[in-house]
Design a protein around this ligand. Sequence first.
Ligand SMILES: *[C@@H]1O[C@H](CO)[C@@H](O)[C@H](O)[C@H]1NC(C)=O
Length: 506
Amino acid sequence: MKTFFRFVVVLLWCATAAVARLSKSMFRKDVHVLMYETDSSLEKDPRSPLHFFKERSNIAKLQTTVFGGDLAYHGFGDKYQTLRPLLELLDKSKLVILADARDVALNVPEDPEAASRAVDHFMETYHKLTKNAPNAIVMSAESQCCVSAMSHAHPGDYFDTQTMKRHKRACASGTQQCLWDENKNIYSWVEFMYERAFNDTGIDYIGDVYLNAGLMAGYPADLMKLLDTIDIGPSEDDQAVLSGLMYSFPELIVLDYDQEMFGNNQWPRGLEAGCVFETGQATSRLMHRETGTEPLIVHTPGKFYGCLDVLIEELGGNSQQRYLETHPNGNPRRTGESERARRRLGKEEEEDEDVKKKDSKKGVKGSEAEKDGSKTNPTLPEVGDLEETVDEKDKDDKDDDKTKKDKKDGGKVVEDTTEELVDDIQEALEESDESANYGPGYGQYGLSPYGLYGNYGNYGYGNYGSYGNYGNYGYGNYGYGSLQDVDVIGRRRRVRQAFREPRTSL
Ligand SMILES: *[C@@H]1O[C@H](CO)[C@@H](O)[C@H](O)[C@H]1NC(C)=O
């Protein structure tokens, strides 16, 4: 079987190489994108994300090779079986970006110079992030924990750190034997990921602390070493195995916590709040709404295709308009259906502040669009509204006595606004249950109201309190996962402020 794979890959490679030779001077020499896609027809469909990616990668002079075409599917591990021979053929000095093809967009504008600067920035960031671990692979970080395979293994189970050999195998997320269960394993992963983020960044990092295996970058020799070490089987869940690798061999993987190279959107929060990238006024690249970064590749894990298509259109491309499934009136950022979009377009600038305040008093149900039933799917409140609520709560935060009292009351927290907010979000969560399983071919993330944004802070497992953040959600301690999110956003903003200072500690 392996030989066969090799044969197919080499054939593919020869074809690509021939094309590459023809246009040799066309591409920059320091980086090469490898995209995994088993359906070879997608590249030709002018509305496919892959087509858009290739089109923009030409503008950026970024050589992009699609591999995996028409090979039989066994599981998430397939990608790695066919990768090695490709890496052997690549120039050692080229940074390799490994990306899934169906759910990513290349975040460069049509202007070739600006596109080229975006790739330069990517390269610089790779070197910055790996300064203390020069042979590490940089992987993308996301806010959602965890694939269901991870509930079947403790972080240390997959590798024997003495022999560097594989120990336990990861199950195939989404299959009957590998369903999600929120258990002690999950808490161990959560604790580990937060601790690592704290160690790496020097701050109580909130938000995108979890490894996402869909996007990574490294030099060929380092990627081959990674492949040899993970020794992954075709049906194993790669995100689980790589998360375990990061636990057992921390020096091999660095996460791009700030979403500087790779961006992940947040499917559990729905299209308007969770599609967290948007083009700013002054630039035509997508910027992360909360971190302010402009990663080269933007990813929509969780089959969040509606978001992907919104982003592709925002970058000026043609899309398959899959946002119509939840927003039948059209791309919400174009129809003005989204309050956020209207604000961004400056239409409500003057009254903006007042409106937001009022909305938060009303418990964020303020958006008319949400009331008129035009949205078929549950939609979480917009971040702007949440932030406003957080600000008010932050003030209360300082009032220790009050917080203590709230806790004593068994968490019958705070103001009416908050309770309404909780109800809204809980409702949305219950209705959106099915998105917890995206079935075979994608892995099954857990979606419980507790862990929605990966904050398990207060369940008494592990020593979260010692990091100073987990124990502090204050309003989210009693089963309202959504409230934790409210606080996360407030904190994240503060974290971002901390980040504007140069990182000196680590
Ligand atoms: C974080 O750093 C501490 C202190 O150096 C170390 O003991 C711990 O293992 C590290 N944890 C992780 C997850 O990197």
